[in-house]
Design a protein around this ligand. Structure first.
Ligand code: SAM
Length: 340
């Protein structure tokens, strides 16, 4: 016959484990919610800082969507309309009820652009596909970039030395099929890390680049820039063209900080992207991207550990002169790590 307490000897530990695991789950959920809301608050703080900087510089921070159907009063309203940022005292608009104003909506933003590039069969893995139907721009684009790079290399002794004496290493971010690597960076003698979020596009890069460079001079990294974390002091040049609009403001700032750490001493980051002139920003609902005004972009750069390179006594921020006047202005901006 069993002792009456024998059953409890087995039941008690099970109850104890059940109870503590429930308690732990609750606790973890709580910690997660606190972490998420404090992340969301710091994102909101960043947006307020950007808006304050723009106000001090007498620059607008209202914008429109690409269909020209909606006008946003502020950058904050735009990100809130995309379901990001929690409401707080300074907010003028409310979050929708069906979003959580946090991580999940940031994910939705990235899933939307990922689907656009990865799954939309209308985006062909060609130069035309990369440039949204403007393949004719590529020649002028590469020509302008080459002049900019020549100028940079000749005015930076460490970069110049690296180009002459070693195999310099660069990274093309948001590279698609590797158009800039093929046209600009490989001919300059760089080993290129090609970073791209879409597996479909990056898988076409080796064929597009061609042998022997595709195998001998390139590495391929499939990653979103919001998650890309290269090792310290890896690159002489980091080229970031026509892709920053896919990053949220807070991810763009942390991405640039990480890229700054990945630069070798004397290395540079080059941003080349569309900017808008009449509005503070234009939100593209089609592929979830945002075209920022130059002052908006510069205000974001101010929040990083980077500064604009001054070469030959002038800022290395230059309008792409070869492009037609009826498209968005495309500045090239060279950045280096601030020494402060
Ligand atoms: C307009 S194309 C430009 C491609 C290339 N930079 C060029 O100039 O030819 C934009 C590219 O950015 C990629 N992209 C979009 N969001 C990204 C992200 N979060 N991380 C990395 N790449 C991204 C797209 O898949 C696409 O290849």
């Amino acid at each position: 016959m069993h002792h009456p307490f024998l059953g409890w000897v087995f039941v008690c530990p099970i109850l104890f484990i059940l109870f503590t695991s429930l308690l732990l789950r609750g606790l973890l959920r709580h910690v997660y919610i606190i972490a998420m809301s404090s992340e969301s608050e710091s994102n909101l703080d960043l947006i307020h800082k950007i808006q304050d900087t723009l106000t001090q510089r007498f620059q607008i921070y209202s914008g429109i969507d690409s269909e020209d159907e909606y006008e946003y009063d502020s950058i904050e309203e735009m990100w809130q309309s995309e379901g990001m940022l929690h409401d707080n005292k300074r907010s003028t608009t409310k979050c929708n009820n069906d979003n959580d104003g946090g991580e999940n909506d940031t994910k939705k933003w990235y899933v939307s652009s990922y689907n656009y590039w990865e799954e939309d069969s209308s985006v062909s893995p060609t130069i035309d596909g990369m440039l949204g139907g403007f393949a004719s721009l590529t020649e002028m684009d590469i020509k302008g970039s080459k002049e900019f790079m020549d100028n940079l290399i000749s005015s930076r002794p460490a970069l110049n030395k690296s180009m002459k004496e070693f195999t310099p290493r660069c990274c093309e971010c948001g590279a698609g099929i590797g158009r800039v690597s093929k046209g600009l960076l490989l001919p300059l003698g760089f080993h290129c890390d090609i970073v791209e979020v879409s597996p479909r596009l990056i898988s076409k890069a080796p064929e597009f680049i061609g042998e022997p460079e595709a195998s001998e001079m390139c590495s391929y990294i499939t990653s979103g820039l919001q998650n890309f974390e290269p090792a310290k002091e890896t690159y002489d040049v980091i080229w970031v063209q026509w892709v920053i609009g896919y990053l949220t403001d807070w991810d763009l700032v942390t991405f640039l900080k990480r890229m700054g750490r990945a630069l070798k001493p004397g290395g540079v980051i080059v941003l080349k992207d569309n900017t808008c002139k009449k509005q503070g920003f234009v939100l593209d609902l089609n592929d979830s991207s945002v075209t920022r005004s130059l002052p908006y972009l510069l205000a974001l750069i101010k929040e990083t550990d980077l500064k604009i390179v001054s070469g030959d006594g002038k800022n290395m921020i230059q309008k792409e002169d070869y492009f037609p006047d009826d498209i968005f202005p495309v500045p090239m901006i060279a950045l280096e790590v601030s020494q402060s």
